[in-house]
Design a protein around this ligand. Structure first.
Ligand code: URA
Length: 435
């Protein structure tokens, strides 16, 4: 049957399912630029209102993944990939890549640059002098085979149709649709060639999903379509009401990652990483259960093997591996510091992750528009987190900056980003696991 784009859109608008054949044709014609943007946008908007059923989601995801190159690994390598839906201060990939890999899992990590106010793994790793985050597919695959893991920015050749849809969604108000987010994420995972996925679905003010109900729906959708496509998958819902850890900023997050890999660093960052690593090891067969995997991860931090693996990855990708021993000398540092202080004292009851993420971007630590140059040294240190007591006059947030004008914007975002009360509970980081 010939494909009629108008019928295809109207079907979705009136709640009827699109077929496998139609969805494949949609993606093929998008790649060959045969469809005008306004018709693609109309279909995307219809999906926002009427969703995709499980079969449609699977066929659309598969077609996006098949639109370009697909990495393949020998089946016995059991490659595992970890994906975070994006948050503030989320440096987990920097830690998990060496941690899971030194515990016996093979990890392939294709990451995106910063998206909006959330930081990007590519930018964080690039703050290490010399680090190459543009491995071509041959270099990437050969490093995974040689040292058990590799991390790189997305090649344009992987799921290119997804990139076309993503750009359109960005300018047509169609980003926050669970099936569109799911197909976007899982198509890139499929093209990356891993056999299993661990999804860290963030929930809270600094996340895409602001509330538990939508975060849980996204988690179930990610795991559901991955399994339908023959992959092993687990999703962990984690708190993003406040930023993760102590540091937010590209080089500063590398510093915190090295701290955690050295057995120091904040408890919440460590807790997230050993939990996710447990699942990665269980899915890849390197541990009998997530609990056993978690113990292995704790051991690898304690005996120094995770830190050695980090060094090996950095060296293999051309970065200055001495960063492991002398992070403060090697990582870029901002020249000036400004402190935001508590006025009345109490216990921190709110520390808004979104404001902190936006403040870092205002300092130059993220991009306002595509192609903006990042200031890797801009950083925000959270001296107090929710549930911590603070005295009047104590600094809650330290800002490390280079440009006084940018500092003014950051301060206006950070003033009022925390509240204190007479008492407040510490927040639990791990909300729920969906397998
Ligand atoms: N991350 C993605 O890769 N895609 C989305 O649609 C949203 C977040």
């Amino acid at each position: 049957m010939t494909f009629n784009m108008l019928d295809f859109i109207e079907k979705k608008r009136t709640g009827k399912p699109n077929t496998e054949e139609e969805l494949k044709t949609l993606v093929a014609k998008t790649m060959s630029k045969e469809l005008p943007d306004y018709q693609l946008a109309a279909w995307l908007m219809a999906v926002c209102f009427n969703g995709l059923n499980d079969d449609e989601l699977m066929y659309f995801t598969q077609a996006l993944a098949d639109s370009g190159e697909r990495y393949t690994f020998p089946a016995d390598m059991h490659i595992v990939d970890k994906h975070s839906t994006g948050g503030v201060g989320d440096k987990a990939t920097l830690i998990l890549l060496p941690l899971a890999s030194c515990c016996g899992a093979s990890v392939s990590k294709l990451s995106g640059p910063a998206l909006g106010y959330t930081g990007g793994t590519v930018d964080k790793f690039e703050s290490i002098p010399g680090m190459n985050m543009k491995l071509d597919s041959a270099e990437f695959l050969s490093q995974v085979r040689r040292i058990g893991c590799a991390v790189s920015g997305h090649s344009k050749e992987l799921a290119p149709a997804e990139g076309i849809f993503y750009k359109l969604r960005d300018v047509t108000g169609t980003v926050p649709s669970i099936p569109l987010i799911t197909s976007s994420i899982v198509s890139k995972k499929l093209a990356g060639g891993a056999a299993s996925y661990v999804f860290d679905v963030k929930c809270g003010s600094g996340a895409f999903m602001k509330d538990r109900v939508s975060a849980e729906a996204l988690a179930r959708s990610l795991v559901g379509v991955s399994k339908k496509l023959g992959k092993n998958a687990v999703a962990v819902l984690t708190d993003m009401e406040q930023p993760l850890g102590e540091w937010v900023g590209n080089a500063a997050e590398v510093y915190e990652a090295i701290e955690v890999l050295s057995g120091r660093g904040p408890d919440d960052t460590k807790e997230l990483c050993v939990t996710l690593c447990g699942h990665m090891l269980a899915l890849s067969g390197a541990a009998a259960s997530a609990e056993e995997g978690r113990k292995k991860a704790e051991q690898a931090i304690a005996d120094g093997s995770a830190l050695s693996k980090f060094k090996e990855i950095v060296a293999s990708q051309g970065g200055d591996a001495e960063v492991v021993r002398h992070p403060l000398e090697i990582l870029p540092k901002a020249s000036k510091k400004y402190q935001l202080k508590e006025t009345k004292g109490g216990v921190i009851s709110r520390l808004d992750a979104l404001s902190v993420g936006e403040a870092l971007r205002a300092l130059g630590g993220g991009r306002m528009k595509l192609g903006d140059k990042i200031d890797y040294s801009a950083a925000i240190r959270l001296n107090k987190k929710i549930g911590c007591a603070v005295d009047a006059g104590e600094s809650v947030i330290d800002v490390f900056y280079n440009d006084g004008e940018k500092l003014k914007d950051a301060i206006s975002l950070l003033e009022g980003c925390w509240s204190t009360e007479a008492s407040a509970e510490k927040r639990s980081l791990i909300i729920e696991t969906i397998a």
